[in-house]
Design a protein around this ligand. Structure first.
Ligand SMILES: Cc1cc2nc3c(=O)[nH]c(=O)nc-3n(C[C@H](O)[C@H](O)[C@H](O)COP(=O)(O)OP(=O)(O)OC[C@H]3O[C@@H](n4cnc5c(N)ncnc54)[C@H](O)[C@@H]3O)c2cc1C
Length: 407
């Protein structure tokens, strides 16, 4: 069986869906197929994240993240408002958990302002009015009133429905068998051969693997980092009403374990995510979906980074890697809310895996989004946080910088 479509998007996560949305909205095509290997969308990162709409604080000014995060957040908020979807406009506090981190607060504040984020430095009194239980070692914290929390799956489902109504064809539950880059065709395992004029590879943790058909991304290695979450029990004597984050290590792409209220009417509070190496791109639980060969390569890469202490890697291994174990996680959470104890939390069944790229030539974790084009194909690699927040603005950047340049 054969079919053809002007645009074929591989991967129906938030990145692929918002790209389809913006291509239609800007009348750049009316012929889109979205292929996803799962029967249902949102099975991977876009349905397994913290749901925080970041306001653009952390990112160096010239990064792609800085350019799209704040705008993306505002556009997603207004999209959600028009559709009456759930949102908790609770704001966020960033706290130094150690006196040595106090100067990082100024760096973050400065970066945030440059990126257009609305921020304030607040004192202990203000902080304790917002979160009475929070610790305040240095007497200062950052308050970001525009950070919100949403329900990622609600957004994914709503986007899918809208795109279907607008005529996008979804081919779900379909694995790719072959890609013929010369004939511009993709053959699926069910035998369907699909010809395209433009191909967009937004397949998250598989994007690097697919990009290799096009001889792109050869200098990268995928390091999957697992994020576990806990939840505050219903009878827990405290319940932060806003996001509570530590000042992170700015060398690493992880924000540290934080408290996040949900976007429910009666919000529950999650704690996490942790960041430990996963033994496969989809190794969410126990020994499921193990990839032993890749895992050995990844362990060896991380070991080298550790021994040479590149990018502050020793600090990561000592401080963040053990957080998957409850006592270490509680110790880390105590730095934000001193009264928290193991009896206040239970393990959540939500687990996410970050598809983090490692640059083999420069021996470093890639902190920014990476998008590459070759001929008529575009590849979105390293769609790490805050790609969910940024998605609408990121889609327009990709269209302007890559799609419109294809002859
Ligand atoms: C623990 C965690 C917490 C996070 N928290 C936040 C947050 O609070 N705020 C924020 O903005 N971002 C957050 N992020 C990041 C955010 O979730 C991701 O940046 C975003 O979801 C990436 O979307 P995506 O579409 O690129 O990938 P995905 O959502 O993974 O979508 C890729 C899709 O491609 C499909 N696919 C894969 N391989 C193939 C194939 N061979 N053929 C066909 N289809 C394929 C998959 O089934 C999937 O549906 C978090 C991430 C993690 C892991």
């Amino acid at each position: 069986m054969e079919n053809k479509s002007e645009v074929v998007i591989v991967g129906g996560g938030i990145v692929g869906l918002t790209l389809a949305y913006q291509l239609l909205k800007r009348n750049l095509t009316s012929s889109i197929f979205i292929i996803d290997k799962e029967e249902k969308l949102g099975m991977h990162t876009s349905g397994r994240n913290s749901g925080v709409l970041h306001s653009g604080i952390y990112y160096p000014t010239n990064s792609l993240k800085a350019k799209v995060c704040k705008e993306g957040s505002e556009r997603l908020k207004s999209w959600i408002k028009d559709r009456n979807l759930s949102i908790n406009k609770c704001g966020k506090i960033i706290l130094p958990t150690d006196k040595k981190l106090d100067n990082q607060l100024d760096i973050l504040f400065d970066r945030g302002l440059k990126n257009g984020s609305k921020l304030e430095i607040i004192d202990k009194n203000r902080l304790n009015k917002i979160v009475p239980e929070a610790s305040c070692i240095t007497g200062r914290a950052i308050w970001s009133p525009n950070t919100s929390v949403v329900k990622p799956l609600e957004i994914i489902n709503s986007l899918q429905d809208e795109l279907t109504e607008k005529g996008v064809n979804f081919l779900l539950g379909n694995q790719i068998d072959k890609i013929n880059t010369e004939k511009n065709s993709i053959t699926l395992k069910n035998g369907l051969k699909l010809f395209y004029k433009y191909l967009i590879n937004s397949s998250g943790s598989n994007a690097l693997k697919i990009s290799k058909y096009f001889d792109i991304g050869n200098n990268y290695q995928l390091l999957p980092f697992k994020g576990l979450y806990w939840k505050l029990k219903k009878n827990c004597p405290f319940k932060p009403k806003c996001n509570l984050y530590p000042v992170p290590d700015l060398n690493l792409p992880f924000l540290g374990v934080h408290f996040t209220p949900s976007a429910d009417l009666n919000p529950s509070v999650s704690i996490g995510p942790t960041a430990t190496l996963a033994f496969g791109k989809e190794n969410y639980y126990g020994l499921n979906n193990l990839e032993p060969y890749d895992s050995l390569k990844n362990i060896s890469t991380l070991l080298k980074q550790y021994l040479l202490n590149r990018g502050g890697f020793k600090k990561y291994v000592h401080e963040q890697a053990p957080l998957a174990l409850l006592p270490f996680m509680i110790n880390s959470a105590k730095k934000l809310i001193p009264e928290i104890q193991a009896k206040h939390v239970l393990l959540s069944n939500k687990v996410g895996i970050r598809a983090q790229l490692f640059d083999k030539n420069q021996s470093k974790l890639e902190n920014d989004f990476i998008c590459e084009r070759i001929d008529n194909s575009i590849h979105i690699l390293n769609s790490i946080s805050p790609a969910f927040t940024s998605s609408f603005a990121l889609a327009d950047k990709i269209i302007d910088q890559f799609f419109l340049k294809i002859n």
